[in-house]
Structures are given as C-alpha cells and as structure tokens.
Design a protein around this ligand. Structure first.
Ligand code: SF4
Ligand code: SF4
Length: 158
C-alpha cells in the first residue's frame, strides 16, 4: 500500500464537500450505483479491500498509468472510515495543463449525478478544497500515483 494514498485518504477522512450533509440534496446520488458501477481505486489501494464486507474489487479492461485499472463496487453504503480515496475526493478532479501546474476542477463526470457541480468550486467547503489540494500534492510526489492521475486526466478529458 502506497504511503501517499494512505496520507491522502487520511487528509480527507473527516471532511466532505460541504460542512453539512450534501447527501440530503440528492439522496446520496453518488453512492447509488449498480453492480456494474464503481469507483476507481488508486495504485495499491485494492490491498485495503481484500476482505471488505461492503464492496468488491473488479478488474477493468483498461489501464491507468502502468497498471490495469481496478474498480471498487460497493453496495451503496460503507464504513465511512474505509471509503476509497476516489469517494473522498468526489466531485473533484485534477486537471493537467501544459507548462502550468495542475489545477483542481469539478469532475466533469460528476455532472450527471452531483448537484454541487452546478455551483463551482467556490461553493465547496474551503477546508475540503484545501485538504483535497494537499492530497493531490502528496499523490503527485509518488511516481505511480502521478502517472495514474495523468492517465486519468487524459482518459476523461472531454
Ligand atoms: S452527489 Fe454530490 S451532493 Fe450528492 S452526496 Fe455526492 S458529493 Fe454530495
Ligand atoms: S464506497 Fe461508500 S462513499 Fe463510496 S460510493 Fe460506496 S457507499 Fe458511497
């Protein structure tokens, strides 16, 4: 398990996009997938879900960075202390730019489910944004995580 992923998870352990429960706005839309919908796991994160009671790890047929992409498919509820990093960062995304540092954005893929995406980054709790920025900084210091984030940006840039 990579230290950067653990540290990033820790930073977002107790923070959520709003100070209040944003799930009330949408009845927890981002947790209501089906058995084919999942959250992408960061490099090495699958080790935390070997015997997970609320979710299973599913292989995909594509790669992100050097490794095949893995999804965590959950049952729609979880032990929040063990939710994956992608859930902790949602609805944020790291966008890479030429000759400039990467920048935090709302995840375009979240638009279909998350009402917060209509209001922009400024609507989110500043503490959450700050923790997410720091989490991404830590991830970028890790070679495999940085490659994963770049590949994710390339794969999902619209
Ligand atoms: S979809 Fe957006 S508003 Fe709804 S629970 Fe998830 S992050 Fe919060
Ligand atoms: S793992 Fe938890 S936070 Fe993530 S989608 Fe499933 S229920 Fe929601």
């Amino acid at each position: 398990m990579r230290n950067a992923v653990l540290a990033a998870r820790e930073l977002l352990e107790n923070l959520t996009p709003l100070k209040t429960d944003c799930g009330r706005l949408c009845q927890g839309a981002c947790c209501r997938g089906d058995e084919n919908t999942g959250m992408l796991l960061f490099p090495g994160e699958e080790a935390l879900y070997k015997d997970c009671p609320f979710a299973r790890v599913v292989e995909t047929d594509f790669s992100l960075g050097a490794a095949p992409a893995l999804l965590l498919v959950c049952e729609g509820s979880c032990d929040r202390k063990n939710r994956p990093l992608a859930c902790r960062l949602f609805p944020l995304f790291l966008r890479f730019r030429e000759d400039q540092p990467p920048v935090l954005r709302m995840d375009a893929r979240a638009r279909a489910v998350c009402p917060l995406t209509d209001y922009g980054l400024k609507a989110l709790d500043p503490e959450f944004r700050q923790a997410a920025r720091r989490a991404y900084e830590l991830l970028l210091e890790d070679e495999a995580c940085a490659a994963y984030l770049r590949a994710l940006d390339e794969a999902f840039t619209l």
